[in-house]
Design a protein around this ligand. Structure first.
Ligand code: FSA
Length: 444
């Protein structure tokens, strides 16, 4: 056993993205006085999935159950509480409503089972193109919505300004005393410090060893590059593109509900600063498979790219042509891939490492981690203190037994793009990526 943790223990957080900043904030709020965050990029990091103009957020109410759905709902309820009541986060939540939809029978069945059943009274059914169009001001949804069926709720869900919420968590954590060492080489972790079977901190690219009582590994999809996760994590990339809107369009598009088709993609209102409309095409994700020596299971290795594969751009255009054809020919002014890390059951992985007693794992966002920024750091802090409620500890445990064999192609309940996890083109295969020119603005 590692020595018990106290408020003056040195806590090292490896990573400075969504979950790391949330954890730093929760720890300093609890009175920890020696919290250090390391990240290779200044915050908000250009490669953090959380560095984004918007993400979908849905409110949820608390529940006591200990089955996977109840645990996920209880965690979502804690996040909702933060979005509604924590001044660090509440300015960034926009309760504009949500449309969830699909086009094929399989996808619609999934939407009903996962989203609608038991909550029918919250939603209005959308059965025709006119019904979709009526959810937004005239002139926004001009498309034909071929074969689309959906459900609309006007409140209790919407979007969050991801980057602003991330920066807000960072700023408050820093104000309350957390130390952030960012940029390369000083913040770039090259390895965890192994000592006597335990992890005692991390080494940065400048050669410094940051020794700590506890190390929290919260580096999102990069986690498998620092530690063997026994096949539990699959780094997977999603894709987004922006188009430029005029001043008048930005006005017309204000406060729109989120429109999400689980097999085509989604959009939210244009961002208020640059008047850009972000569109994501929906699909089971892309991986970058690399064979590993000594293992017959390949590993997906993230790389950064401010472009998307051409087939993704095609799907973005297709989504626009079905919903807002007047925008379908507008060029993308920005695009990027954005990495998440799936677990086999899409539950989080928040636990002490089974054989390194001073190492806390905070991983496995599974594509729905951002919306938890107000609260996830509280659970990670509970884990650090050895008091994570039993039902969360069980669902989020170290669980290689469910991740045996190669599961890397499993779409994991996602739709779109033929329901296949796709291979990313190599970063240098220029002919297979968009060629969007934009001065790097450090953001997304
Ligand atoms: O349901 C949601 O919270 C939308 S998450 C956005 C998204 O792009 C997913 O649509 C995708 O399937 C993946 O999980 C990454 O995140």
């Amino acid at each position: 056993m590692a020595v018990p943790v106290s408020h003056d223990s040195k806590i090292l957080i490896v990573g400075g993205g969504t979950w790391a900043c949330s954890t730093a904030l929760h720890l300093v709020r609890r009175g920890y006085s020696n919290v250090t965050v390391l990240d290779a990029h200044p915050i908000p990091s250009a490669i953090s999935a959380g560095n984004d103009v918007n993400k979908i957020a849905e409110l949820a109410s608390p529940t006591q159950g200990d089955d996977p759905e109840s645990v996920a709902q209880a965690a979502a309820a804690a996040a909702a509480d933060g979005w509604l009541h924590d001044p660090v986060f509440s300015p960034y939540y926009h309760d504009t409503g949500f449309i969830v939809s699909g086009s094929s029978l399989d996808a619609l069945k999934h939407v009903i089972e996962s989203e609608i059943r038991g909550r029918e009274q919250e939603y209005t059914k959308l059965d025709s193109a006119d019904a979709f169009r009526a959810c937004m001001p005239k002139g926004v949804l001009t498309g034909e919505f071929p074969r689309w069926k959906g459900w609309y709720k006007s409140k209790g869900a919407g979007w969050v300004h991801a980057r602003k919420a991330l920066v807000s968590a960072y700023t408050e954590a820093k104000r309350l005393g957390a130390t952030f060492i960012t940029g390369s080489p000083q913040g770039e972790v090259v390895s965890l410090l192994r000592n006597d079977g335990d992890i005692r901190g991390a080494k940065t690219a400048d050669g410094l060893e940051h020794i700590a009582h506890r190390t929290i590994l919260a580096v999102g999809a990069s986690a498998t590059q620092l530690l063997d996760f026994e096949n539990q994590l699959r780094p997977t990339a999603w894709t987004l593109g922006h188009i430029k809107m005029t001043q008048e369009e930005a006005q017309l598009y204000k406060n729109l509900p989120v429109l999400f088709n689980v097999e085509k993609g989604f959009f939210m209102e244009p961002d208020e600063d640059k008047h850009e409309l972000k569109i994501c095409d929906e699909h089971p994700g892309y991986c970058n498979w690399v064979t590993q020596s000594g293992s017959d299971i390949p590993k997906s290795i993230p790389f950064a790219k401010q472009q998307v594969p051409l087939d993704s751009e095609q799907r973005i255009k297709q989504f626009l042509s079905e919903t807002m054809p007047h925008l379908a020919d507008r060029p993308l002014v920005h695009a990027r891939i954005c990495w998440c890390a799936d677990t086999r059951d899409r539950g989080f992985l928040i636990t002490y490492h089974p054989s390194h007693p001073s190492l806390v794992i905070a991983a496995g966002d599974s594509g729905h981690g951002f919306a938890h920024i107000p609260s996830i750091g509280g659970y990670i802090s509970d884990c650090l203190e050895g008091k994570l409620e039993e039902r969360f500890a069980r669902q989020w445990r170290w669980r290689p037994e469910i991740a045996k064999g190669f599961w890397g192609k499993d779409p994991l309940d996602r739709f779109g793009a033929g329901r296949e996890v796709m291979d990313l083109p190599p970063p240098s295969a220029e002919g297979r990526w968009t060629h969007i020119k934009r001065e790097s603005d450090g953001g997304t």
